[in-house]
Design a protein around this ligand. Structure first.
Ligand code: NAP
Ligand code: MN
Length: 267
């Protein structure tokens, strides 16, 4: 495990590049081999940027096994724990094993179309919408139980760590990252005498499968968002979402940083 190689995945902002350069120097000074990009033999991946950079590093490199840590040069990072001014302390804490590893829960999304099954993973959320901003009508099942017929802009399923992102803007609850649950949040549910949808979000056990089944006449125009990346589907039969068996490992250096972040970001 201890290859001494440390990946640095930085966005292109001036501040991020400066931070990445400084990190490179401190790593070399401490006997590590910084690698600019993704090397699969690395023992650690450091993302420099905002939460978006963390998500991109995980998505573009297919949810690798090695641990991640983020240095925040964006607004307020939920995935990005380290400040650019703390690089020396971070490298020395890392060297001295002065950290814990937190498992970030990952969604597994199986998309069934007429001829093919597509698989995705997400660390924030999956959203099923109609393309072209139409209303989507779908049946929702949880572990094969029919729960409701939904009409509205879409259905969002978030992980605990994704709960503070799009889910929160949509009226969903904040869920502590270690809880093994999914959250299903409606986006602009239609509520009229013609259509009735549950208006609050539901917290679902992580082992259950949420199944989204668009009504037949809408099956040809669907948009799936996976951590903000767009995928369009024709002939969509069903989208199944549950918590994956695999996790992303993230280093944490302070146990209180989560509640600090909540206060700083939302108040
Ligand atoms: P983006 O459109 O640049 O960023 C969306 C915002 O969400 C950024 O401020 C981002 O922080 C923040 N964010 C991302 N993950 C978060 C988390 N787990 N907790 C709290 N805030 C978080 O897109 P992006 O940076 O590539 O991020 C993709 C995410 O954007 C999607 O997964 C979705 O959750 C979110 N999104 C939100 C809305 C909304 O709130 N209405 C709409 C679409 C997408 P940084 O500035 O640090 O990157
Ligand atoms: Mn962003």
């Amino acid at each position: 495990m201890s290859s001494k190689i440390v990946n640095i995945l930085s966005n292109a902002n001036f501040e991020s590049k400066k931070t990445a350069k400084n990190l490179t120097d401190v790593l070399i000074h401490n006997g590590y081999k910084p690698f600019n990009g993704f090397n699969k033999n690395a023992e650690l991946c450091v993302c420099v940027g905002g939460d978006g950079s963390f998500i991109k590093a995980v998505q573009k490199n297919n949810f690798p096994e090695m641990p991640f840590v983020g240095i925040n040069t964006g607004h307020l990072g939920f995935y990005q724990e380290i400040k650019p001014s703390e690089i020396n302390k971070f490298v020395s804490d890392y060297k001295n094993n002065n950290y814990e590893i937190q498992d970030i829960k990952v969604l597994r999304i199986d998309v069934y179309t007429k001829n093919k099954v597509y698989k995705f993973n997400a660390i924030n959320e999956a959203v099923l919408k109609a393309s072209h901003s139409k209303t989507i009508h779908m049946n929702i099942f949880i572990d094969r139980n029919h729960v409701e017929k939904f009409s509205g802009d879409g259905i969002l399923v978030s992980t605990p760590t994704g709960s503070t992102a799009y889910n929160f803007s949509t009226g969903g609850s904040i869920v502590y990252p270690t809880l093994h649950v999914l959250q299903m949040t409606p986006i602009s549910p239609v509520s009229s005498s013609a259509y009735r949808s549950i208006e609050s979000s539901l917290i679902v056990p992580g082992g259950h499968t949420i199944s989204l089944v668009p009504e037949r006449r809408y099956k040809d125009s669907n948009l799936l968002l996976v951590d903000g990346y767009e995928y369009f589907f024709n002939n969509l039969h069903r989208v199944n979402v549950k918590l994956s068996n695999k996790n992303i490992k993230k280093l944490i250096f302070s146990n209180n940083s989560y509640w600090d972040n909540i206060k700083d970001k939302f108040l």
